[in-house]
Design a binder for this molecule. Structure first.
Ligand code: ISL
Ligand code: CA
Length: 604
């Protein structure tokens, strides 16, 4: 791997592009070989006892990250913010939020990471700003402010003439169109100062920037250049597929199957804007990952986003949401049933769909999603087995794995007992609103579904120890969100002491990726796609061939796989039952017997 920078925070050399090509035509890149660790600073480690995680707290844990072996840290937003949406409402892109520390603390973090060859990727939140950002303050002042057209200001409609309504706003006036905020209610807020409405796809404190304004794009690119100058290694781009709004902001219409995400994602100029960004500030040596929110992203658009040729937008990779929508209904209190073949089909589609065209980002959870083991595994009797099986999956597909803090411990969803224990706008606002409007009876009536869906599951504090507050903050302090009561059993200290733990298994997987090109670059070929319990595939690079066999169920399962192993007794690379020692030297002949949630990786 290339040198990843120096202790004083200097960026690694981004010089000439003479990247090596592998036997299957894949281009070698550091960000393909990397494992990314995502840190949600508010919930990671609190250094000063105010109950809120902070940057000095992350600095204290840099050696922890180094021991785990990760190559990159993606930091959720740490910019100045009133925290209506935990930092996704940025008031100043070039300053650090007071609660998290100072710019000097951030610089120290970058230097400490680079010292250990760990790179740093920052969150770029530029679909919207905070309403407290200077640009919006000015925009709001008058209809002829210089900043007016940095945002979307429109006159209301006559409520008698349109089918949509809003509770707020002057009598008889409806918002400019029928778009809905992703956090509930209309996507427009009426502003008395100038008697117009402004657009916010998220919270009313998150007004959308109008990217069709060239000055907006220039400011965004300048901000990016400013952070790159400070030595960072890339960006995670928040809802970047929403930045080009359809001209005229057309309403969705009553009987349409479409929702607001469908209406605003992959807008007409999105690729043009990203190519402009690529020209202005990006390079193939940066890790750039676009968050492509919503359920309507097509492979065709995806290939353009990650295309590295002259017509591509040049992002390193993207987050799609297809697997995230399998179990979730339209509202926070709605759930959908799903079966394993559907989940496999989503991954098969994206593995094949980007082959030769771009690179996958692999994730099973993040700060917006429930915990991986509770959602796709079994957080009861087979917590360790299912968490390690899911870890095997994450690290053996083709793409770059993203590990969300606590996932390496098999942290679980939390037992929130009442609505007041939640902190997230995406949970609280829609549920309160639906109760007020009589659409649901009470929190208790929908508690199970809300608990299963909530983003707050991911946001309970990192479990460092079995002590009070899980070692996240001082024992006497009040954490900003409750600690999961299972920290007595699930915590870093205990798992580091136990060689059989989820943590040690993650550590081994991460190390393996650094040693085997086939694990990173190998072609992916699915086996038994319709099997209801078994997930199996091969990875092939030149002469090397690996087989991954996963029993994604709590039942012992037999399976015949058409693998045609050259060697009848292939070696086990890694396995989650006693490291597969009991299988060494065992003939496979394509017939496998797997224990509940058993995972095995063979070298054929
Ligand atoms: O898909 C979701 C939940 O299942 C959404 O929360 C989705 O992740 C979100 O709409 C887009 O997320 C990003 O932008 C939001 C912010 O609240 C999220 O934390 C961020 O990841 C607005 O900036
Ligand atoms: Ca703190």
């Amino acid at each position: 791997m290339a040198d990843s920078g120096t202790a004083d925070g200097t960026a690694p050399d981004r010089g000439g592009d003479d990247a090596e090509t592998l036997p299957n035509g894949e281009t070698r890149r550091w960000w393909k070989e990397a494992v990314v660790y995502q840190i949600y600073p508010r919930s990671f480690n609190d250094s000063n006892g105010d109950g809120v995680g902070d940057i000095p707290g992350i600095v204290e844990k840099v050696d922890y990250l180094d021991d785990l072996g990760v190559d990159v840290v993606w930091l959720n937003p740490v910019y100045e913010s009133p925290n209506a949406d935990n930092g996704y409402d940025v008031a100043d892109y070039r300053a650090i939020m007071d609660e998290f520390g100072t710019m000097a603390d951030w610089e120290e973090l970058l230097a400490e990471l680079h010292d250990r060859d760990i790179r740093l990727v920052m969150d770029l939140v530029v679909n919207h700003t905070s309403d407290e950002h200077e640009w919006f303050r000015r925009s709001r002042r008058s209809r002829d402010s210089d900043y007016r057209d940095w945002y979307f200001w429109r006159e209301g409609r006559d409520a008698a003439e349109v089918p949509w309504t809003a509770e707020e706003g002057p009598d008889g006036e409806a918002p400019p169109n029928d778009w809905q905020s992703f956090f509930g209610g209309p996507a427009w807020t009426y502003d008395e100062t100038t008697e117009e409405w402004y657009l916010h796809l998220f919270d009313e404190k998150q007004p959308d920037l109008d990217w069709s304004n060239e000055r907006v794009r220039e400011e965004v690119f300048d901000t990016m250049a400013w952070w790159l100058e400070k030595g960072i290694d890339g960006f995670r781009m928040d809802v970047i597929n929403l930045v080009s709004k359809p001209p005229g902001l057309p309403p969705i219409g009553a009987d349409s199957e479409r929702d607001t995400f469908d209406q605003v994602s992959e807008g007409p100029r999105v690729h043009e804007y990203l190519r402009e960004m690529r020209e202005a500030v990006l390079s193939p040596d940066l890790l750039t990952v676009g968050e492509m929110a919503g359920r309507s992203l097509s492979l065709e658009h995806a290939r353009r986003y990650v295309g590295q040729g002259p017509d591509g937008d040049g992002l390193s990779m993207l987050f799609h949401f297809e697997h995230m929508h399998l179990d979730r209904g339209a509202e926070p209190w709605e759930r959908e049933a799903w079966e394993l073949p559907e989940l496999k089909a989503v991954f098969d589609k994206w593995q094949a769909g980007l082959e030769g065209a771009g690179w996958n980002a692999l994730y099973l959870s993040n700060h917006d999603q429930p915990r991986t083991v509770s959602r796709f595994g079994d957080d009861g009797a087979y917590r360790r087995e299912s968490a390690t099986l899911l870890a095997t999956l994450l690290h053996t597909l083709r793409g770059t794995p993203y590990v969300y803090q606590g996932q390496e411990l098999g942290m679980t969803n939390a037992p929130f007992a009442s609505l007041s224990e939640f902190r997230d706008v995406e949970t609280k606002h829609p549920v309160r609103r639906a109760i007020d409007r009589g659409e649901i009876d009470s929190f208790e009536a929908v508690a199970d579904a809300v608990r299963a869906n909530s983003r707050d599951n991911a946001r309970t504090p990192m479990q460092w120890s079995d002590g009070s507050n899980a070692g996240f903050t001082d024992p006497d302090s009040e954490p900003w969100i409750g600690v999961n009561p299972n920290h007595g059993e699930i915590n870093v200290a205990a798992e580091r002491d136990d060689p059989e733990s989820v943590w040690h298994y993650y550590r081994r997987l991460i190390a393996l990726r650094g040693e085997h090109d086939v694990m990173v670059y190998g072609d992916y070929d699915p086996l038994v796609p319709d099997h209801e319990r078994i997930w199996a595939y091969t990875r092939t690079l030149g002469e090397e061939r690996w087989l991954v066999v996963l029993n994604a169920s709590g039942e012992p399962t037999d399976v015949e796989l058409p693998v045609g192993a050259a060697d009848a007794t292939p070696s086990v690379v890694i396995a989650n039952y006693g490291d597969g020692e009991d299988r060494v030297g065992e003939a496979v002949d394509g017939a496998f017997e797997l224990r509940p949630w058993e995972a095995r990786v063979y070298e054929l």
